[in-house]
Every structure is written in structure tokens, then in C-alpha cells.
Design a protein around this ligand. Structure first.
Ligand SMILES: Nc1ncnc2c1ncn2[C@@H]1O[C@H](COP(=O)(O)OP(=O)(O)O)[C@@H](O)[C@H]1O
Ligand SMILES: O=C(O)C1=C[C@@H](OP(=O)(O)O)[C@@H](O)[C@H](O)C1
Ligand SMILES: [Mg+2]
Length: 186
């Protein structure tokens, strides 16, 4: 099913952004506010391999993780509708994923400044193999290097100084505004 067959209101909502910005947490909150099902791509991959992401990276390798990540996103973004879907922070590195999400889904970029992000490292490092073994400078380099891939989106929200519920409300309000403008007769 391509985007042209789908009403704007039925399209999947996809959250992108760097590791730890809150895609998984905020995606769940958005789904709840819209009475939709929530899907987290990392969780789907972990179910498939029957192990946590850190173990997938160690035992099967990042290459296979990326391959499964692409297959999972293409499958869900093609065959599902009315879902809220949170991607992993590295997914948009793959052009095929970017192109499919941007043509089939509504893509929200969760933005967070480096200053705010760096205070979250200790909370997320144990479950993020890509960050493990990196010092602060190397993490900053990765953070900066990744920002351009998130610039391809439909809408963005700067999450500095907003709690989870505030970000989710902002996303829901802006979706409802867009739905009313573009599909006033639904
Ligand atoms: N807006 C926010 N304010 C404060 N903490 C947040 C916010 N969004 C997420 N968090 C916290 O940051 C951590 C990483 O969130 P998570 O949803 O796993 O991010 P991601 O899926 O983008 O990697 C979690 O501990 C979460 O509770
Ligand atoms: O940015 C990345 O390369 C990754 C981000 C993670 O997801 P979150 O962005 O939800 O942490 C997860 O997919 C994996 O650890 C790799
Ligand atoms: Mg996540």
C-alpha cells in the first residue's frame, strides 16, 4: 500500500532522532494519546533474535543488526497503518529506510541539544553498544556527524526543557492541526 492510497489520518507516525532523545518513551505516550498501537523497531529486532541489542552486536554483529533493522522497517512501514513506530537512532543512516519512511509515513524528528543530551549518557550507555567504549569527545563527534541524517523529516520538536508528556502533547496537537487542515471533511 503506497502513501497515495492512504488517508493522512491513517498513516503511520515514525519518530527519529539520536540515541536517548526519547523516541521509545515518547512514542509510547503518543500512541496512548491517539489510541494507536505502538511499535519499537529495536524491540522487534530483539524479539526476532531472542536477545538484547548489546548481545546482538557482540554475537551476530552490527551488519546483521542493520540488515534486520532495514527488513523490519520496510515490512512494518509497508504493511501496517495507524501505528506509532519508533526507530533506532542509526536507522536513518540507510537511504532506503529514509526514502520509504518519508514517502509512506509521517516522520517526526525529536531534537535535543548536545548540552542536554550529555546528561543522559549514564542512563542509556549500558544498552547502547554504539556508545560503549567512547569518551565524551567521541560521543560529541558521533552526535554531530549524525545530525544531518535527521534533517530529512516532516516535522520536528525541540525537546530541551520539555518532559515526556509535553513532547507527546506537542506532537499530537500538531498532527491534529495538520489533519484538520489537509483532511477537513473526515
Ligand atoms: N523529554 C524527556 N525528558 C527527560 N527524560 C527523558 C525525556 N525523554 C526520554 N527521557 C529519558 O531518556 C532515556 C532514553 O529514552 P528512550 O525513550 O529510550 O530514547 P531513545 O529511544 O530515543 O533511545 C529514558 O531513561 C527516558 O526516560
Ligand atoms: O543509533 C544507533 O546506532 C542505535 C540506536 C539504538 O536505538 P535508540 O536510538 O532507540 O537508542 C539501537 O537501534 C542500537 O543500539 C543502535
Ligand atoms: Mg529507542
Amino acid at each position: 500500500m503506497g502513501m497515495n492510497d492512504l488517508a493522512l489520518r491513517e498513516m503511520n507516525i515514525v519518530l527519529i532522532g539520536f540515541m536517548g532523545v526519547g523516541k521509545t518513551t515518547i512514542g509510547k505516550a503518543v500512541a496512548k494519546k491517539l489510541y494507536r498501537d505502538f511499535l519499537d523497531i529495536d524491540e522487534e529486532i530483539e524479539k526476532e533474535f531472542q536477545m538484547p541489542t548489546t548481545k546482538i552486536f557482540q554475537e551476530i554483529g552490527e551488519k546483521q543488526f542493520r540488515k534486520k533493522e532495514k527488513e523490519t522497517i520496510i515490512n512494518l512501514c509497508t504493511n501496517q497503518r495507524l501505528k506509532v513506530i519508533s526507530l533506532g537512532g542509526g536507522a536513518f543512516l540507510q537511504e532506503e529506510i529514509r526514502n520509504l519512511c518519508l514517502s509512506n509515513c509521517i516522520v517526526f524528528f525529536l531534537d535535543l541539544s548536545w548540552e542536554s543530551w550529555k546528561d543522559r549518557v549514564s542512563m542509556i550507555i549500558d544498552s547502547r553498544p554504539v556508545l560503549q567504549g567512547k569518551n565524551s569527545e567521541e560521543m560529541k563527534d558521533l552526535f554531530d556527524e549524525r545530525q544531518p541524517i535527521y534533517e530529512d523529516h516532516h516535522s520536528k520538536v525541540l525537546t530541551d526543557n520539555l518532559d515526556v508528556d509535553e513532547v507527546a502533547s506537542f506532537i499530537v496537537d500538531s498532527l491534529k492541526t495538520a489533519w484538520d487542515i489537509y483532511e477537513p471533511n473526515h
